[in-house]
Write a protein of this length. Structure first.
Length: 61
């Protein structure tokens, strides 16, 4: 639930994240937003990932 998911998304978004997606995440991550991350490795080693997409409800209209 937001703001917990927003905080998690910001924490996971590593320096290799797509700039456009990161900008959207930093502007606002409202309820029903979607963040797509790419990570190679084991879950136990997850500290950051590449944010590839950030989709907010207003982006659909």
């Amino acid at each position: 639930h937001n703001p917990g998911l927003e905080d998690l998304a910001r924490q996971l978004a590593g320096p290799e994240s797509e700039a456009k997606a990161r900008k959207k995440l930093d502007e606002k991550f409202p309820t029903a937003a979607l963040a797509r991350f790419v990570f190679e490795g084991d879950w136990s080693g997850l500290s950051s990932a590449r944010l590839t997409h950030c989709l907010r409800p207003k982006d659909l209209g």
